[in-house]
Structure formats: structure tokens, C-alpha cells
Design a protein around this ligand. Structure first.
Ligand code: PMP
Length: 401
């Protein structure tokens, strides 16, 4: 007798991990998906202006390393990163007053990866992480994936309030504070020097890691550079300082880095081995080649000057575009500014009508770790030309009604 067994095809697969299931899409993301239409003037995106990418210089760099060192450029490499690139990044820090050795740095696949590595190295499920309010969205996501309890530190237009920070440390015994002190995403605000010193002092006194995320600091178009928190007494041995070429060269290179004390940096390197072994060798060598032969600072100065004009175009158009009683800030650099519509407005609720007029912003609410202010929104002022910005703001006026 022959027994035929039919394979079972209807058994369900095991479920997703709770962390993946819990962190889903958002209604705002769905509305913003339509902003990919070319006719939309997109103040939502947060994209560097592509016309300022030095594509000729970057192409020359890739051609050179692939012609001169193809075996190395296309080969596996060390997790820590290419020595020549780390030396060049270290020299840039040292020239700006933050003494740094190549060995203090771990090259990462964008600074976004540095955030993930830090979460892996420092945060156990249930640990408390302090963040500024509002906070960079993808950092909130990293900490959520790590199972952190995220607590927002109260602050003002200058960033977190050091006294509130001290009180929250005593109350929650957190692992770290995450902050973007210069030209913050989403607000564009910058923490003044005295505030940085106070945050460093509180961290040193209470025992806290600081994660200082700085992808925008070089994009300054007016005012004086403010020293990194990492440079202040109290912070030197407890700060992970994150940097990136995304906003000064090009985000598609996916080149970032982490400057951190040895034990933490080693733990991040081990986490990176599990994540991607190393950041693409060819990208690292091309960036090192570029930094050796081209003047990145001169390039950044040109980009910053153009971004400054675009900020001014946005500032000029905002009074006519926003409802009476709205307020906004005037960042001295970076890519974003922050708007608060009058009481009673809900920026997320208005977005659908605004997008129908072929213009878009990001509502502020998702950036808040604590209670959200629904009247806020983020505008990116760098991706469009001044004329396009003026037109976008005319549409925004129609959309906001
Ligand atoms: N941190 C902040 C505050 C950001 O705004 C961004 C990019 N939007 C990143 C980190 C990640 O940048 P990248 O991975 O491209 O270096």
C-alpha cells in the first residue's frame, strides 16, 4: 500500500519580534509618501541640495582609488575603518580645538549606524535614556528598538535645561543623554556655550554618558562656532561624539563616525562586526583621497552660503504664509527651522489639505518623546531654490487656509 502525505501549507509562520511589530508606520508617513510627486515642493524631506554635491570631485576620487588600489578598495577591511580616513577626520577635530587621534575614532555606515551601535553597547531593555524634546525621530526609533524607556528632558529654545536634567538623573538613573546641540533636527536650535558647560558638569557629577550627535555643525552661515560638549570639563571621558559626511559631502556615501572613550568604542566595534563587518572600503578610501586633495572646508563654505540664502528666502516668505500669531525661529545654520502655529492648530491634521496644494512639511508631534505640541511643524529650507521656496510658501498659505 502506498501512503501519500500532502505537505501542510497552511501552518502560520512564527510572529515578528515584538519590537518589530510594535514600531509600525505612521499616518503622517502615509501622507508624506505622496510628496515624491515631482510637482510637490517638499519642505518635509530633510535632503541636502543635490546641485551642491561635488560630483566631479567624488567621481575623481572613486576613479583614482579603483585605478590605483583596486585590490584594496574592493577588499574586506578592518572594522575600525581605514587609517587614512580616520587620520583625516582626527586632524579636522584637532584643527578645531578638540585634540583627537585616529585611534579615537570608529568609522560607521552613516552616523545613524553609530546611534544603533551605541544603543547595542549601552542600553539594556528597560534602561532609561534621556532625550531632548523634541528629538531627532530616528534616534527615538533606535532607542525604542533597544527596549529603552525614553524620558524627555524639559528645555527651551537653547536646548535641555541642566537643572531639569540633574533632577531626572536622580529620579531615573538613566544610561545616557542624547542631544543634537548644534542646528538641531528638528528645531534648528543651538545650545549656547554656557549651557553646554552646564550639561557637561551635570553629566560628570552624576555619572551619565552623553551622546553628542553633530551632523550639521559645519553648516554654519552666520555667528560663531560653539565648542562641542565633548570638549568641556566633565564630558571628555563620557561623551560619544558623532559626525557625518552626509551633509557636507553627500549622504549616499554613508560615511559617519564615532569619537568615544576606548572601552565604549571597542564595544561599538564589536557590535559593528555583527552589523556589517565594516563600512564599504571603496567609499572610505575615496573620501580619504578627496580630503587629501580637495579643500572640503571651501566646499562647505559655498554650500553654507547658498543654504543661508535659502534660509533667508524662507524667513522672508513665512510672515505671508503662516496664520497670524504663528512663531518661528531663525537658525544660524543647518537645514531646518521650527514653526509653532497659533493655539488650536493641529499641524498633522492640516497636512492633508496642505499636500493637496503640492507643498509639504513634517508635523512636529512625532518628534516629541513626552507630551507633544500639535501646533508645531518642521520646515527644511535647503532643498529648493529661493524662487521655489517663495512659491512653496504661497502654496502653504493656501493649504493652511
Ligand atoms: N543624526 C541626526 C540628528 C540627523 O538629522 C541625521 C540625518 N537626518 C542623522 C543623525 C543620520 O545621518 P547619516 O546616517 O546620514 O550620517
Amino acid at each position: 500500500m502506498t501512503v501519500t502525505t500532502r505537505p501542510a501549507t497552511d501552518a502560520p509562520t512564527p510572529p515578528l519580534a515584538a519590537r518589530a511589530a510594535a514600531i509600525g508606520g505612521s499616518p503622517v508617513r502615509d501622507i508624506l509618501a505622496v510628496t515624491a510627486r515631482p510637482e510637490v515642493i517638499n519642505f518635509a524631506g530633510g535632503l541636502p541640495a543635490p546641485e551642491f554635491f561635488d560630483s566631479a570631485g567624488v567621481a575623481a576620487a572613486y576613479q583614482a582609488v579603483l585605478a590605483e588600489r583596486p585590490g584594496q578598495a574592493l577588499q574586506y577591511a578592518t572594522t575600525e575603518g581605514e587609517p587614512a580616513l580616520r587620520a583625516a577626520i582626527a586632524a579636522r577635530y584637532s584643527a578645531r580645538g578638540l585634540a583627537t587621534d585616529a585611534d579615537d575614532l570608529l568609522v560607521t555606515t552613516g552616523s545613524q549606524q553609530a546611534l544603533s551601535l551605541l544603543a547595542t553597547a549601552l542600553v539594556e531593555p528597560g534602561d532609561t535614556v534621556l532625550v531632548e524634546n523634541p528629538c531627532y525621530l530616528a534616534a527615538l526609533q533606535v532607542f525604542a528598538f533597544a527596549g529603552a524607556r525614553v524620558v524627555a528632558v524639559p528645555g527651551d529654545e537653547h536646548g535641555v535645561d541642566p537643572a531639569a536634567l540633574a533632577a531626572l538623573i536622580t529620579e531615573h538613573r538613566p544610561k545616557l543623554l542624547y542631544t543634537v546641540p548644534t542646528f538641531q533636527n528638528p528645531t534648528g536650535r543651538t545650545m549656547p556655550a554656557e549651557r553646554r558647560a552646564a550639561v557637561a558638569e551635570v553629566a560628570g557629577r552624576h555619572g551619565l554618558w552623553l551622546v553628542e550627535d553633530d551632523p550639521y555643525g559645519e553648516l554654519r552661515f552666520e555667528g560663531e562656532r560653539v565648542p562641542w560638549i565633548a570638549a568641556h570639563p566633565g564630558a571628555e571621558d563620557r561623551t560619544a561624539l558623532l559626525g557625518s559626511f552626509s551633509k557636507v559631502m553627500a549622504p549616499g556615501l554613508r560615511l559617519g563616525w564615532l569619537r568615544a572613550p576606548a572601552a565604549l568604542r571597542r564595544a561599538c566595534a564589536i557590535a559593528k562586526q555583527a552589523a556589517d563587518l565594516h563600512t564599504p572600503t571603496v567609499n572610505q578610501l575615496a573620501a580619504a583621497w578627496y580630503l587629501e586633495r580637495y579643500d572640503l572646508d571651501a566646499h562647505v563654505a559655498r554650500v553654507a552660503a547658498a543654504y543661508g540664502e535659502r534660509r533667508d528666502a524662507m524667513l522672508a516668505g513665512l510672515p505671508g504664509a503662516l496664520p497670524e500669531g504663528s512663531i518661528w525661529n531663525r537658525p544660524e545654520g543647518g537645514m531646518f527651522l521650527w514653526v509653532r502655529l497659533p493655539d488650536g492648530y493641529d499641524a498633522a491634521e492640516r497636512l492633508r489639505a496642505v499636500v493637496a496644494h503640492d507643498v509639504a512639511y513634517v508635523p512636529g508631534a512625532p518628534f516629541f518623546a513626552g507630551p507633544a505640541d500639535p501646533a508645531t511643524l518642521r520646515l527644511c529650507f535647503v532643498t529648493q531654490t529661493p524662487d521655489e521656496i517663495a512659491e512653496g510658501l504661497r502654496r502653504l498659505r493656501l493649504g493652511l487656509g
